[in-house]
Design a protein around this ligand. Structure first.
Ligand SMILES: [Zn+2]
Length: 313
């Protein structure tokens, strides 16, 4: 596959400084590309990001149709498949989180980076008024037409013309994909009701997953993930964008850990890989992994960071 793309060097999105230190050299992962990329850390505020990186105009080629969040499921199909079951469990968890933290059972919701719309389908079925935003044109068209949920697309978030009084805005595993996280946060602020909630998740740089699996960690989905957040930098960027963080915690993601471990195994060229893969996939070991990850999340080392934020005055 020919990957002819443009790259750009950028200053820190959080503080604007350009004094950066090298953190990790990574290879592009999956979909037929393996170019070298560099993860750097801002010496001033600690934000970790890819630099140089594919430009906004170029990044689309790293999101082929087979990219998992853009695959098109049907609810019937998802009920049948184990993969669909995991997606369903994750969506159900997100629905529970939303209701428990906002106290709302109905309202207006905007899902930023909505992908194939599975979360929106579930919330719509619960009686919520739903809108979505998805930069990928074909998946946005699919959700608009087939699922009948209004989804806007395009790369410029400031052109979003939804009304500005959402009770809840969600961004599940989206901020790390953005060329400018501050831009997405500013637009969430613009579109949120003064008493609304902004709920988001990002991979946790300080997770046990990353510490154990290093460059094979799914949270470093190079070059689709342009940023890696810690509790400190996620809080700082939300505050900079005009929010106060009312809740922040880390959560385990056994499915993501297992996929990251498979990446590690895929990189080994040993005959032992096949039996090890079978053991990892066994339900017994999965239960142990789940218990370990749950324990680590209590100490802030879980796979994902979940933040609930409200607008500052
Ligand atoms: Zn900085």
């Amino acid at each position: 596959m020919n990957f002819d793309y443009k790259v750009e060097c950028v200053a820190c999105n959080l503080c604007g400084k350009s004094l950066l230190t090298h953190v990790l050299t990574l290879r592009g992962y999956g979909y037929g590309h393996c170019d070298k990329f560099f993860l750097v850390k801002c010496a001033s505020c600690g934000l970790i990001f890819l630099n140089p990186r594919p430009t906004r105009a170029s990044i689309g080629m790293f999101y082929p149709q087979s990219y998992c969040p853009h695959r098109i499921p049907t609810i019937e199909k998802c009920k049948r498949l184990p993969q669909g079951f995991r997606i369903g469990r994750k969506v159900a968890h997100r629905k529970r989180l939303l209701i428990s933290y906002t106290g709302l059972r109905r309202g207006r919701l905007l899902d930023l980076g909505c992908g194939n719309g599975f979360f929106m389908m579930v919330m719509k079925a619960c009686g919520w008024e739903i809108h979505g935003y998805e930069p990928n044109l074909s998946i946005a068209a699919y959700v608009n037409e087939k699922i009948d949920i209004p989804v806007q697309t395009g790369t410029d978030l400031s052109t979003l013309c939804f009304s500005s009084d959402y009770d809840v805005i969600t961004a599940w595993d989206v901020l790390e994909h953005c060329h400018s996280p501050l831009e997405l946060i500013a637009n969430a602020r613009r579109l949120l009701h003064p008493k609304g909630h902004f709920i988001l998740t990002v991979p946790n740089w300080n997770s046990v997953d990353r510490m154990l699996l290093g460059r094979y960690w799914l949270g470093l989905d190079t070059p689709r993930h342009l940023y890696a957040f810690t509790r400190h930098t996620l809080t700082a960027i939300l505050v900079e964008g005009g929010f106060s963080v009312v809740h922040l915690r880390s959560e385990p993601d056994p499915s993501s850990f297992a996929k990251s471990f498979m990446r590690l195994l895929d990189s080994c060229h040993s005959r032992a890989v096949k039996p090890v893969r079978r053991v990892v996939l066994s339900s017994y070991l999965r239960r142990i992994i789940r218990a370990g990850l749950s324990a680590s999340s209590r100490f802030g080392k879980g796979s994902t960071l979940l933040a609930i934020a409200k607008k500052t005055c």
